[in-house]
Design a protein around this ligand. Structure first.
Ligand code: KG4
Ligand code: ZN
Length: 333
């Protein structure tokens, strides 16, 4: 079965072809980051228009990469939500339009399920069951994953997502958008321990998170230094922030493994690209004897490959989820 996957929930247009026998055949991505940068964040209307411009050229690109024809596609998977309504509508329209023209089924995919399954897009995928830490710009969750479609939330953020905290910290430090990679880079120049920020809910005894207090702590530090703030101060604050965020994410992930008795941890979502988080988890895994799996760096942030894979796995398991009505809806929330 050959599945075309289409992701358009936010500021990345991603298309991919996944074959259930041969694996990922092609994926292509256009990031709108440069376009939104001058506004300091994603402008929804601009995002929708750009998805319209990019979708079909990217489709041609993946067909060429994979050396297949559009008529060879057996089903089309698209991101149904959550995300920006207009952006989702573009992807849903393109997917349903193509499927209608081809007479092929479509399947709407939950964006987070895409992220959750993205670590399986490697040569030796981790077997089920595992604990997944889903850390993106909109979500921070720990899940017990028993199989495709079998997800139990173990804990989640009570306020900001981890990626959101990275992005807000970047803004407070005057760094560019998106903030995660920039804060991470700057933190490398910071002195460990020079600025110690709180680890929210580290000892709460549950598997929930909170990141809004950490963001406020960054704001307090920035205000305290005022106009005297120098580059080294900023690096020290970035370091303090990253150390606190990583500490909490790692500790709760380890607690989730303990609670479930599982020995496998899978990381997914944009913050999963973070170097310091990967270092901390790799270290903990060695010391405590669990396995940790990450998606390819390129597949941590939004992409079409994870949507194609989720579509393929769902249709294999539940062929009745294939839609032929083309009367689609999107689910922004
Ligand atoms: O998964 P994703 O691409 O989109 C959502 O579904 O939200 O995640 C984007 C988030 C942004 O907040 C971004 O700043 C963060 O992931 N991010 C990072 C890194 N790369 C992306 N955060 C920390 N370190 C990184 N290297
Ligand atoms: Zn995402």
């Amino acid at each position: 079965m050959l599945i075309l996957g289409l992701e358009s929930s936010c500021d990345e247009t991603g298309l991919a072809l996944y074959d259930t026998q041969r694996g990922l055949l092609a994926h292509a991505l256009h990031s709108q980051i440069a376009m939104h940068r001058e506004y300091g964040g994603v402008v929804p209307e601009l995002a929708s228009r750009d998805h319209i411009r990019r979708a079909l050229p990217l489709l041609e690109e993946v067909l060429e990469q994979a050396g297949v024809k559009l008529v060879d596609v057996d089903a089309i998977a698209f991101t149904q939500g959550p995300g920006l309504a207009g952006a989702l509508l573009v992807g849903a329209s393109v997917a349903n339009g193509l499927a209608l023209a081809l007479g092929k089924p479509v399947i709407g995919i939950h964006h987070l399920e895409g992220h959750l399954l993205s670590p399986l897009l490697v040569d030796a995928p981790p077997p089920f069951p595992f604990v997944a830490l889903l850390v993106s710009g909109g979500h921070t969750q720990l899940m017990r994953v028993t199989g495709v479609g079998e997800y139990e939330t173990l804990g989640e953020t009570l306020d900001d997502a981890a990626g959101e905290a990275f992005d807000k910290t970047a803004k407070l430090l005057g760094l560019g958008y998106p903030g995660g990679p920039e804060v991470s880079r700057l933190a490398e120049f910071g002195t460990p321990g020079a600025i110690v920020l709180p680890r929210p809910m580290l000892h709460s005894g549950d598997l929930d998170f909170s990141f809004s207090g950490l963001k406020t702590a960054v704001l307090t530090q920035v205000r305290k230094l005022g106009t005297n703030i120098c580059e080294q101060d900023k690096a020290d604050i970035a370091r303090g922030f990253v150390d606190a965020a990583v500490d909490v994410l790692a500790a709760k992930s380890i607690a989730a493994l303990k609670r479930t008795g599982l020995k496998r941890l899978v990381i997914a979502g944009g913050v999963g690209a973070n170097r310091q988080l990967r270092e901390a988890l790799n270290h903990a895994a060695k010391r405590r004897g669990f396995a940790v799996h990450y998606p390819d760096l390129a597949l941590c942030t939004d992409n079409g490959a994870m949507i194609a894979l989720a579509g393929a796995l769902r249709l294999e398991r539940w062929p009745e989820q294939a839609e032929h009505s083309y009367a689609f809806t999107v689910k922004p929330r």
